[in-house]
Design a protein around this ligand. Sequence first.
Ligand code: 13P
Ligand code: SF4
Length: 366
Amino acid sequence: MTTTAPTCAIPAPESSVPDAELIARATAAREELGDRLVILGHHYQKHEVVRFADITGDSFLLARRGAEATHADLVLFLGVYFMAEAADILSRDHQRVVLPDLGAGCHLAECADIFTVNDAWQQITDAFPDRTIIPLTYMNSGADLKAFVGRNNGAVCTSGNAERAFRWAREQGDMVFFFPDEHLGRNTACRLGMDPAHPVVWDPRQADLGGIGPDALSAAEIVLWKGFCNVHTGFTVPQIHEAREQHPDVTVIVHPECPRPVVEAADEDGSTEYIIRRVGEMPAGATVAIGTDWNLVDRLRLQHPDKTVFCLKEDLCPCVTMNRITLSKLTWALENLAAGDVVNVVSVDDAMAADARLALDRMLAL
Ligand code: 13P
Ligand code: SF4
């Protein structure tokens, strides 16, 4: 466990207080906190809470902007756990990072843990002692994995800079070990001109060499962890065909956490920030189908009434962990902070944070 004990891990139960009252109370507490507090909101958050964000963005932008807001000694994160950890790693000594619900995890980040990654690393480095293997971790990973990568000359990447990070890693060594998202890894390898079948997939449930076999592993330049996002793997090729049948002029844009066949069937793929920018650039009257979290797509739909914006899978459940941050939990956190009780602090221990910062700084320097 990388956090200090929170004052209260489980916020007040979802309240029956009407939204209008919660909004008024949250607004009053927020005003009382003034410049001492900065609220960072991820694009996948519910509308009811993201309206309180001082800054909205993707995971990396938010981590950096939190650290830049040096006037604030409190950083309230509307997002998931790994994002709050990254904010703490990049924060100044006087800042504390608060997450209104400490149970807001990330399915993808939890596909890899330090024990199984360490074991895989031992097996690979023992099997190929003469090769230089560069570990890369996606931002969606625990602080302990970022620290592991930092100690082993690797870097962090996000969906927005994965191509640059992979290029960098291939220049540093002769094998890249990427975790935890198989799909982002394969899509990035394809952007570098590789065949989708080239990267091998390390399955942590297989005892020997991740089930790859020594010859295939020896031939591989890129090794991908068998992990996935349960939201983005919900998008399929038939959904794209259906969107094209119903809207012949549609542009389909998906996130690179989607499986390779979905990315190939789409018109474009890119990070959260890319998707937002592309929808903004499209002319009035354009039709765009998007394969990413529903909250973001719905917000884009509301922000662009002159365009037809819809989610590739309209019955998609939004990311359930992102949705754990609700108006009542935000109100609970703000009222406690205003009363001087700093609840739900996310704090990475100093040694781990120092190693993890190396990996984040290498990403920044790319
Ligand atoms: P970003 O890196 O765009 O913030 O995405 C995070 C995420 O969880 C994507 O599913
Ligand atoms: Fe994690 Fe997927 Fe949710 Fe993003 S959308 S926070 S990767 S579970």
